[in-house]
Design a protein around this ligand. Structure first.
Ligand SMILES: Cc1ncc(COP(=O)(O)O)c(C=O)c1O
Length: 409
């Protein structure tokens, strides 16, 4: 933190001026959900106060304006992840729904009993459970890329896991527990060199917030993320899909807005992307996501990533000075997520004491129970860094852990 010590963006987030339990708020849980900048709050309030209405079918002025803003947000998302066309951007509720959509629409249509898919041991339940549901429905086989001691993936194992029955490789871009940034470009190249027809799904939930993503350059078939971790409202997520693939996939849910024609005898479906967007979407939240993307893009992800990396290095150094503290996930290529255990201090007790000191962290399995098993721990404490995090937050965390340790051991 030699050059910058004052966070220039912190003031944009009104909640950070609040106290928690009477103490300065050190919000270190952005990995679970990030706080919202004033501009996102203003966008949403302004819509409700001035031209809220339903979109797509209204011929009156408010509906037309809002429809334009909604579709402009789709263009912003497409530009943000360098998708070739807004037609390949489907709005969902969150990453979880995006993955379920792929499993139920693509998976149920194109996979059959005995087909193999490859996940990793570090997946969030969102990229785990939908595939197990599919396994129970049609009998696919699920294999896992192992996680090594340092929290990286064992990529030599991937070569052996790929067979002539492999149909999909689905993995997280950044681990929400270990912070590991997986080399998804190399993984996709390995998969493609094995067989062209294998699809790749990347869970970008923790990645889009920490660095720039280019889905076209990556050559991913599906890329998903969730708005609320990207400083946007809850209730909106994104599924990017290769257009030719989305064209072939059947709708997942049926209802209004996703049809071309409905008669008593049958239904034909709308073009992309509407085919996958049944019912009234989270209109205001989607537009809020567009504003969040504008906000993040104006700062620049390179700048955010540099700031967060400096804090990660600072926090890691300070944490390791605490006796009995062990960081899980020590690879070089890490995003601003630090999981740790402290000898003699149960994670939940530690988190509750930190709360009393104004420090918001997460404790437990972080929706990664299989990974906890692999790591041989019940749970961890996780401190996650956002673009508004500063050195004082880290110092407050360190002071809190030292105090908690004295109370618990
Ligand atoms: C890596 C990863 N994938 C998926 C999700 C699920 O996100 P959501 O609950 O918004 O669907 C999360 C949330 O923590 C995550 O960290």
């Amino acid at each position: 933190m030699a050059e910058v010590t004052v966070n220039p963006w912190r003031k944009d987030f009104p909640i950070l001026a609040q106290t928690m339990n009477g103490k300065r708020l050190a919000f270190l849980d952005s990995g679970a959900s990030a706080q919202k900048p004033q501009c996102v709050i203003d966008t949403m309030t302004q819509i409700y106060q001035t031209h809220y209405s339903n979109i797509h079918r209204g011929l009156y002025e408010f509906s037309q304006i809002l429809t334009g803003e909604f579709e402009a947000a789709r263009n912003k998302v497409a530009d943000f992840i360098k998708a070739p066309s807004p037609r390949s951007i489907i709005f969902t509720r969150n990453s979880t729904e995006s993955i379920n959509l792929v499993a139920q629409s693509w998976g149920r249509t194109f996979l059959s009993a005995g087909d193999e898919i490859i996940l990793t041991e570090m997946e969030h339940h969102a990229n785990f459970v939908p595939w197990h549901i599919l396994k129970n429905q049609i009998g696919i086989v699920i294999k896992y890329i192992p996680v090594l001691e340092d929290g990286s993936l064992d990529l030599t194992a991937l070569q052996n896991l790929l067979t002539d029955k492999t149909r999909l490789v689905a993995l997280t871009h950044v681990s929400n527990v270990l912070g590991t940034v997986n080399p998804v470009e190399d993984i996709i190249k390995t998969v493609r060199s094995h067989a062209d027809h294998i699809k790749v799904l990347i869970d970008g939930s923790q990645a889009v917030v920490h660095g720039a993503v280019d889905v076209a350059a990556l050559d991913a078939d599906f890329y998903v993320f969730t708005g609320h971790k990207l400083y946007a409202p809850t209730g909106v997520g994104v599924l990017y899909g290769r257009e030719s693939l989305l064209e072939k996939m059947p709708p997942w849910q049926g209802g209004g807005d996703m049809i071309e024609k409905v008669t008593l005898d049958g239904v034909t479906y709308a073009e992309l992307p509407n085919k996958f967007e049944a019912g009234t979407p989270a209109i205001v939240e989607v537009i809020g996501l567009g504003t969040a993307i504008d906000y993040v893009s104006k700062i620049g992800l390179a700048q955010i990533s540099k700031w967060e990396h400096e804090l990660l290095v600072y926090a890691t150094k300070k944490l390791l000075q605490i006796k009995g503290l062990k960081i899980l996930g020590t690879t070089k290529n890490k995003a601003g997520i630090i999981s740790f255990t402290v000898e003699g201090c149960p994670a939940s007790d530690l988190a509750m004491i930190l709360d009393q000191m104004g420090v918001a962290v997460r404790s437990g399995h972080h929706c990664c129970q299989p990974l906890m098993g692999v790591l041989g721990v019940e749970g961890t404490i996780r401190a996650s860094i956002g673009l508004y995090t500063d050195k004082d937050d880290i110092d407050q965390l360190i002071a809190g852990i030292i105090k908690a340790k004295m109370m618990l051991t």
